[in-house]
Design a protein around this ligand. Structure first.
Ligand code: AGP
Length: 577
């Protein structure tokens, strides 16, 4: 994961500017922060970017690099924080990715007398170049690096006294933003989208030298022409406004963002969704791939399409290649909020090699997943800052419902935003009160059946990642096959009961009989649920029930005074395998 930023400017810039740009990438990791300038300055520390920004000295610079870390190799410490210099302090690097053969390279460098200060894989990069540059020029050294290293990388490197950044990448994302007097390098367009709307996206095994102008090269060092893309990213909603946390702000935006996606599918994205539908119709096999929350959206997609006799399957991206046979008649539909999830990208590259067609549903335009796809739709949820996916999940499901409607499902999506608003307004206080009774619990079970099964999984995931409660989302029918043994007096069980779902009512009775403390969420008024969510359509209940779960995760975490928007050990964009 990690976020990297580089700035090459014709005039002097304040060092605080590079950290402010880095802050926009904080969702990629928040274990430590640091920057380096071409006068040899390196400042770094563990902890939050905001705190670092407050304490840092204001220096003027023309060329600098910065890094926000999500630790992989080596613990969270100042030594392991980036940037990393070589022995002489002449070359300084920041890196996003993992150099898999770093131990072999380190061994060789140690024998040549290099001294390392961190436990990271990244530090070897600076030393590797220090060694190479003894008898090669920079271009050739980068070509060698690409040949000799295994793993993933987006690297920015500066040399003391030079106004240039050397940038190279494989698998980890990297973009060059083109301003009027500055160039920006960033893990994604968030890093510079307040400064410019022009960007060049690095492809794998390409490198660039950016100074007064920029030059791109292929992996052999041959110059290449790259297309400058004009991007539009018009939904900046990153200010927390009056809200205490981004998570609650983003949940409360759900009505608005659903309206936006439905509107777009009726208008500017209409042709695209018809194209996607045609690709589905023409394919012999349709498979959704995704991770985490996006996977649960995929499962719902399979359910919705199955309702209208369109066959598809969903596979977790990291397990994809073990569970499917694919060829040119297969359509892969990737669902990813960030569009940068490494597991998804690896699965797509695998599918591409097998000549499968690729469609995607993403939130971030120009993301790697979008760029690898034959067709890509955007869910238009706006930037989601909290690590937990909330509004993006709701928009993913809304798009999938629209797709099912095209095949004969009959769900009125024009009133969906009203149901969402009503759910939040009528239930927020009640959820808050429930959270006060649940926050000390270690385990919570969430039961669903059919379309409420993916929702049960999603609610459980929210309960794990935000309030750190061990939660299991499971099929009601599976309880009796083992998990029922864990239910004892007072065990909290959330039961999602769709209209007339008698089987789910039976499963709920089974846990109640064993002393569970059951909380029922239903669109069936006659069963007198704890949370009654008015809607005659089960598909809309899928959405409103999720929102109750999102609010519950939020309010339990708030009661526990946890870092809601940045839960421990996680990052928004998961760019490692
Ligand atoms: C969601 O709350 C999680 N943070 C996580 O499961 C996420 O959905 C997953 O990493 C997939 O991300 P993507 O949608 O950006 O691919």
């Amino acid at each position: 994961m990690c976020g990297i930023i580089g700035i090459v400017s014709q005039g002097y810039v304040s060092s605080k500017e590079i950290i402010k740009a880095l802050k926009r990438l904080e969702y990629r990791g928040y274990d430590s922060v640091g920057y380096a300038l071409n006068d040899g300055t390196i400042e770094k520390d563990t902890g939050q970017i905001a705190v670092f920004l407050e304490k840092m000295e204001d220096k003027k610079f023309k060329t600098g690099i910065a890094h926000t870390r999500w630790a992989t190799h080596g613990g969270v410490s100042k030594e392991n924080a980036h940037p990393h210099p070589d022995c002489s302090g002449n070359l300084i690097i920041v890196h996003n990715g993992i150099i898999k053969n770093y131990l072999d390279i380190k061994d060789t460098l140690l024998k040549k007398g290099h001294v390392f200060k961190s436990e990271t894989d990244s530090e070897i990069i600076a030393h590797y170049f220090e060694e190479k540059l003894k008898n090669k020029d920079m271009k050739q050294a980068i070509v060698d690096f690409m040949k000799e290293t295994k793993g993933t990388f987006a690297v920015l490197m500066i040399k003391k006294g030079e106004n240039e950044i050397y940038a190279f990448k494989r698998d980890s994302p990297l973009a060059l933003g083109i301003g009027s007097k500055e160039f920006y390098l960033s893990s994604d367009i968030y890093g510079f989208s307040d400064k410019t709307s022009k960007a060049i996206f690095f492809d794998d095994d390409e490198f660039a030298i950016i100074g007064e102008e920029y030059k791109f090269y292929d992996k052999e060092g041959n110059p290449i022409e790259k297309e400058v893309k004009e991007f539009e990213w018009g939904f900046f909603e990153e200010e927390k406004e009056a809200y205490e946390h981004y998570m609650i702000k983003e949940i409360k935006e759900e009505g608005k963002t659903v309206r936006r996606i439905i509107n777009s599918l009726n208008n500017e994205q209409h042709k695209k969704i018809l194209e996607l539908n045609e690709m589905i119709t023409n394919a012999k096999k349709v498979c959704f791939i995704a991770s985490g929350t996006s996977y649960f959206a995929s499962l719902l997609g399979v359910y919705f399409l199955n309702r209208v006799n369109v066959e598809s399957q969903a596979i977790i991206a990291s397990e994809f290649k073990h569970f499917i046979k694919i060829d040119e008649n297969t359509l892969i539909v990737a669902i990813s909020q960030s569009g940068e999830t490494m597991d998804v990208l690896k699965a797509l590259k695998f599918a591409k090699k097998k000549k499968a067609k690729i469609a995607s549903i993403v939130n971030v335009p120009y993301s790697s997943v979008q760029r690898i796809s034959d067709l890509s739709l955007e869910i238009l949820a706006g930037q989601e800052i909290c690590v937990a996916a909330t509004k993006t999940f709701i928009n993913q499901i809304s798009l999938l419902l629209y797709l099912a409607n095209l095949n004969g499902l009959n769900v009125n999506l024009d009133t969906l935003h009203e149901r969402i608003q009503e759910t939040i307004e009528n239930n927020e206080k009640k959820v808050e009160a429930l959270a006060q009774t649940l926050y000390k619990k270690r385990d919570i079970y969430v039961l669903g059946r059919g379309f409420t099964y993916p929702i049960a999984r999603e609610i459980a995931l929210k309960l794990k990642e935000i309030p750190y409660i061990h939660a299991e989302g499971m099929m009601g029918g599976e309880l009796k096959h083992g998990t029922l043994a864990l239910i004892e007096e007072g065990t909290p069980v959330i039961s999602l009961i769709a209209y007339s779902d008698d089987e789910m009512i039976s499963n709920t009775k089974e846990v109640e009989a064993r002393g569970a403390r059951v909380v029922t969420i239903s669109n069936d008024e006659k069963i007198d649920p704890d949370f009654y969510l008015r809607t005659s359509k089960d598909e809309k209940f899928a959405i409103t029930a999720t929102i109750i779960g999102q609010l519950l995760a939020y309010y339990i975490a708030r009661e526990k005074e946890l870092p809601i928007d940045k839960p421990r050990n996680l990052a928004k964009s998961v760019t490692v395998e």
